[in-house]
Design a protein around this ligand. Structure first.
Ligand code: GZL
Length: 320
């Protein structure tokens, strides 16, 4: 800003302040938010990143965005960099639940508030973050279990294979927990194989190939912790000469576009919604924080469930 403009802005600011008016937008310092994103492992993550970047732009927040490529050490480095830059607020989606205490204490010592988005951490000291906003993953697992018990028609034993999310991540731990809590009511429903597909299509296909090789036609149901792994598994099922959603019932979570396309093609039975559209909520929380408001410790996103028979009707309305 050249000398003259700085004088204009300063006098404007002085006049506004002496009249008790809010500073002119030009003079107000932009809020700086440091955000550490897990990576780009799934359609869900891509939609989540888009939501955060577009909401920051719409809200005039200066976003410093870092992609950790699914590595915790990169997230910790990014958070330390945000602390060094003295950002106003730090937010992140923790790739795994544990190992955050030290860096969160560094942020607290630097008096920089932290917002957890999407996934939680298992640190005991809850003063290390201001709020956690995101889905209830245990409930998502319960919804998957309830749908199976209510909709599986055949009698006899039901052999389930499970594609887990990233090892140690909150969604993987909690979606497993919620699903098992529900199916234990009917012992004929058994998980005979369970392995991580790391939330990716490629790994989901690879692990499903191994399941099919080991168990073959014994498999009745696939429970995938996200749509991307389910979509990879569908390819493996078809390459094995089986019909997805018919020979093997498939239940997954996220409700991304790819899931609706698979359901409309008759290859996926149901997807439990897990909304990535956290951007607007996050930016509002950042602005409330800077305005001195108190935030609730937990902000839960409202979500639904989409079986195959509603996919075509719902698809045009989907925002991610
Ligand atoms: C859930 C999110 C998970 C999605 C996956 O909120 O953390 O990570 O279910 C994504 O698709 O990779």
């Amino acid at each position: 800003m050249n000398q003259n403009r700085r004088i204009v802005v300063t006098s404007l600011a002085a006049a506004a302040m002496s009249a008790g008016l809010p500073l002119p937008a030009l003079a107000q310092k932009k809020i700086v938010l440091g955000f550490s994103q897990i990576g780009a492992e799934s359609e869900w993550r891509t939609a989540n990143t888009e939501s955060i970047k577009s909401a920051a732009k719409e809200q005039g927040i200066d976003l410093k965005f870092s992609d950790a490529q699914q590595k915790q050490e990169n997230q910790i480095k990014a958070i330390r960099s945000f602390i060094a830059q003295k950002v106003d607020v730090i937010a992140f989606s923790p790739v795994v639940e544990s190992g955050w205490g030290t860096v969160l204490r560094e942020a607290k010592a630097a008096k920089i508030p932290v917002i957890l988005t999407d996934r939680a951490v298992n640190e005991k000291d809850e003063s290390l973050w201001v709020t956690f906003m995101g889905s209830d993953f245990v409930e998502e697992g319960r919804k998957a279990g309830r749908w199976l018990l209510e909709n599986y028609k055949a009698t006899g034993d039901v052999n389930i294979v499970e594609l887990q999310g990233t090892v140690g991540s909150a969604p993987a731990i909690d979606r497993k927990k919620g699903f098992e809590e529900i199916i234990k009511a009917q012992p004929r429903f058994k998980i005979i194989r369970s392995q991580t597909g790391d939330f990716t299509r490629a790994k989901g296909k690879e692990v499903m190939e191994a399941f099919l090789k080991a168990e073959g036609k014994k498999i009745n149901v696939l429970y995938a912790h996200n749509d991307d792994m389910a979509i990879g598994a569908i390819q493996a099922i078809e390459e094995a000469g089986l019909k997805p959603a018919k020979d093997i019932i498939i239940i997954s979570i996220d409700a991304v576009k790819g899931a609706f396309e698979a359901m409309m093609a008759g290859k996926l039975n149901v997807s439990i919604e897990c909304s990535p559209l956290l951007g607007p909520q996050l930016m509002q929380a950042v602005k409330d924080l800077k305005a001195g408001k108190t935030l609730p410790k937990r902000i839960v996103t409202e979500e639904s469930i989409f079986p195959m028979d509603v996919a075509a009707k719902e698809f045009p309305k989907r925002k991610y």
